[in-house]
Structure formats: C-alpha cells, structure tokens
Design a protein around this ligand. Structure first.
Ligand code: SF4
Length: 458
C-alpha cells in the first residue's frame, strides 16, 4: 500500500508545499518512507526522499521556499522490494528523451518477468521495486516522445498501478485497466492535482473533479487536461474492496462512494445478519472498527460506547520493543474503559482479522476489565488469501482464518461468539456489481490470466 500525489500549475509556484500536505493526509497509506520530486527551473528533475513519516523524511519549510510548475510525491509501504532508502519513491531518472519521475501505488504481477527480461538485455536496476521497470521500458523506446514511450510501457504491465508521472513539461496520471487502486483528479484555481484519495485534495483546498477511470491516462500540461486510454482491451473492472473496509480514510470518496458511508453500512448489514440480542453495549476496535460499530449499534438498537481507547501517540519511534513491552502487548496501544464493561455482554466490532493476535488480546483485556461475555463481529469476510495487487498481506499460513474455521478461530481468540460479514453484503455495501470489485483476499477469486493478458510479448 502506498499513497501518491501530484500537482501541475501553468506558473512556477509553491507546489511542493501542496505535495507535502497531500502526502501528510495520505500518511495512513505508507509510513516507511516519503519523497517528493519536481522539475527544476533548468528542466532537470530533483528529488528529496527519506525514511520514516512525512514530517521525518521531508522538511516542510524547505519545500515551501521552492518553486516549480510540476511536482509529485509518494508515501511508501513496501509490497515489492524491501524497506530501503534506495526503494523510496518517487524514482527519478534522466534518459535520452529527458527527465522522468514516477510515484507508484500498486504491484505489478509481471514486474519480475519484465525485470528479468530487461536485465538479460543489459539493464542495470538501481532499486528492487517493480516500479523501476516502467522507466527501463520507456528508455527502451527512446525513439518515441516520452508520453508515447510511457503509454507503450503501460500497455505491457499486468497488475495494479496507480501512477503519478513527472515529465519535463507535464504531469501524467494513470490507473491500470482494472482499477485496483484508487486515484482522483482535483483542481484549485488553475492548479490541477492527482491523489490516491480525495482527503488529500481537501487538505490543499482543492475540489474533487472525479475519479481517474480504470485504463485512463490523464495528461496535464500547458494545453490543459486531456484524457487518453491505455491501449489494452478492457476485460473487467476490479476495484479493491479492502480500500473501503480498512485502507482508505473515511473522509475519502472512492469511485463515487463515501468510505464513511460504506463502513457504516457494513456494520448495519452485519447487525442484520449476525445479531447479538443479549448484548447491552456495542464498541468498535479503534479506529478501523469504529464506523462499522456505529452502524451495528444503529441497526440493532444497542447502545454504542467508545469502550476501547487508542493511544494516539504510539509510533515506532516512541516505544522500543523490549521484552517487557512485548509482554504488555497490545495494551500500550489499546486499553478498555473498565467502568463501561463491568458485568456487561459486549459486542466488539472490528474491520477484519488478519493474524488474530489483536483480537485475542482485546477479548482477554475486556474480560479482565469485567466484561461477562465478549462477542466479536467482523465487518468483512474472513481474510484467507494473500493479495497480489499492492497490499502487503501475510502469506496464507499466517492468516488466522486460513488456518482454521470460524469455530476454531472463535476458540482461539476466546470470544463467546464470532461472526463475519458475508461477501454478498460486502459487495452490497460498496454498491457496485460483483464483477467490478476485487474480493480475492476473501474469496480466492483472483483475476484469471486471460482477464489480465494484454497479448503483448515483452
Ligand atoms: S486481493 Fe484483497 S486487498 Fe488485494 S486488491 Fe483484492 S480485495 Fe484488495
């Protein structure tokens, strides 16, 4: 999972501060590294990247002093390639036809095959990210203008990519033909923005124009904003259901649907399908389960309370993982409110169960704080399969729901009852037809090879 942001203005102005702010609001999509790249006054690319959170990796004041007409940025959570400074994005290069910078959210399922092919023909890679193959594919088409070379590169890619691309005189956005990862277009005055989520447009005072469509390329330059198509026959749309369940911020609108509204609807449908009439209190796992818990409470008529408090300041840099800290476990991050729980039957709603360790800790903690019975309700189907489309899920062996059935997991986490949302309800809450949503990590139904095959040799 990563976040990308881009800005173009017909004039040289303080776009880099906008990119910084945009990345700041996309921080939830990646905390390993952050970076910005832009075109300098002399027409060359410049990049500043660093490890850690946006405010650790980048200097806001320094960026605010600089002027440019086109800039991109990236926050990273690695899927392909390890967490190294060399893999921080945007990747920048200068090739025969000029400067280029790329910020990528997604995962190229044929990235390794393309890299092997290019290496066998002499290409030398600077990073271990799949994103770099796009630059090499462009460099192999040096007889074409950069935009044409980029389009030629995109038609050879399989898998998930939402891209912000910096060329000498233009900003380019592209979303893969299946639309796995979100990407939106915005405007403030004559500045055009692209962002992974609409919450990043809000922070710079930009208006959401629309989503970038699956298979669409948006070109922004002195001629204005143009829409082109990636020349690949569309098979079917495959937008990620998990963006609505967990990844995206609730104040974002993805493909025309409010993430907030979807999460509450997930909770309502969960309450209809898996009621818990004996409970007198509904609470949510902060923050990912909160909205679904509110939906569950509304539908069931059971009171909602914020009975689990999250320490907002827990970060990797604050508390070192000594043995004592490991023993204390989740309590450093999440702590129940005892007086709300005493002798109560409680429904705890969470967005998903991945490894199962947090669910187990929280059930134990709630019991130790006096809860009589703890019922777990999960606002998505069991996660049983890994994601190959840009989300760093563990392997099947590490996924709690892949190792055992619901009853087994109920025993493992120690809940009085455990129930999941089913796939039909998930799709109904998102409000699209089944064929246009990816639910592969729940269902195992990945895109078939023929649905992704672009029919091109490398
Ligand atoms: S496999 Fe899951 S996380 Fe990955 S794109 Fe599909 S729904 Fe999203």
């Amino acid at each position: 999972m990563c976040g990308i942001f881009g800005a173009y203005s017909p004039r040289h102005e303080a776009l880099l501060e906008d990119v910084y702010l945009g990345l700041y609001s996309l921080q939830h999509r990646g905390q390993e590294s952050a970076g910005v790249a832009w075109i300098n006054g002399d027409g060359t690319t410049k990049a500043i990247k660093g490890m850690g959170l946006v405010h650790e990796a980048l200097d806001q004041h320094d960026l605010a002093m600089r002027r440019t007409h086109v800039a991109i940025g990236h926050v990273r959570y690695s899927t392909t390639g390890s967490s190294l400074a060399a893999n921080a994005q945007p990747l920048v290069a200068s090739y025969a036809r000029g400067p280029i910078g790329i910020a990528h959210n997604g995962n190229l399922t044929n990235g390794e095959a393309i890299a092997n092919y290019l290496e066998s023909r002499g290409a030398i890679f600077q990073s271990t990210t799949d994103t770099e193959v796009i630059i090499h594919l462009m460099a192999h088409q040096a007889h074409k203008p950069p935009l044409e070379a980029l389009i030629d590169a995109l038609r050879r890619l399989d898998g998930a990519y939402s891209l912000a691309v910096l060329l000498k005189d233009r900003l380019v956005a592209a979303r893969d033909p299946w639309g796995f990862r979100p990407l939106v277009l915005g405007r403030r005055g004559d500045v055009t923005y692209i962002a992974s989520e609409s919450c990043a447009l809000d922070i710079v005072g930009a208006e959401l124009i629309r989503d970038v469509e699956p298979g669409e390329i948006i070109v922004v330059d002195e001629r204005g904003v143009r829409s082109l198509r990636i020349p690949v026959e569309p098979t079917r749309r495959c937008s990620c259901a998990f963006e609505y369940v967990y990844f995206a911020r609730p104040d974002s609108i993805i493909d025309g649907r409010s993430v907030y509204a979807v999460r509450k609807e997930l909770g309502r449908l969960l309450a209809k399908r898996s009621p818990c009439p004996e409970a007198s209190l509904v609470t949510g796992m902060p923050d990912s389960g909160t909205l679904a818990a509110m939906g569950y409470a509304e539908e069931s008529g059971i009171a909602y309370e914020k009975a689990i408090v999250r320490n907002r300041y827990v970060g990797r840099t604050f508390i070192q993982p000594t043995q004592r800290v490991r023993d204390l476990g989740v309590r450093i991050k999440l702590n129940p409110v005892p007086h709300l729980l005493d002798d109560r039957d409680v429904v705890v709603v969470d967005d998903s169960i991945v490894r199962g360790t947090t669910a187990q800790h929280i059930v134990n903690l709630m019991r130790s704080c006096g809860a009589r019975n703890v019922h777990l309700r999960i606002a998505s189907p069991p996660v049983r399969f890994p994601c190959y489309y840009g989300i760093d899920t563990p392997s099947s062996e590490e996924l709690a729901a892949a190792r055992t059935d619901v009853e087994g997991l109920e025993r493992q986490v120690g809940a009085c009852s455990l129930a999941y949302l089913d796939e039909d309800d998930l799709i109904a809450a998102i409000g699209r037809d089944r064929q246009s949503i990816c639910t592969a990590c729940f269902s195992g139904r990945y895109l078939k090879e023929k649905e992704m095959d672009h029919g091109l040799d490398l």
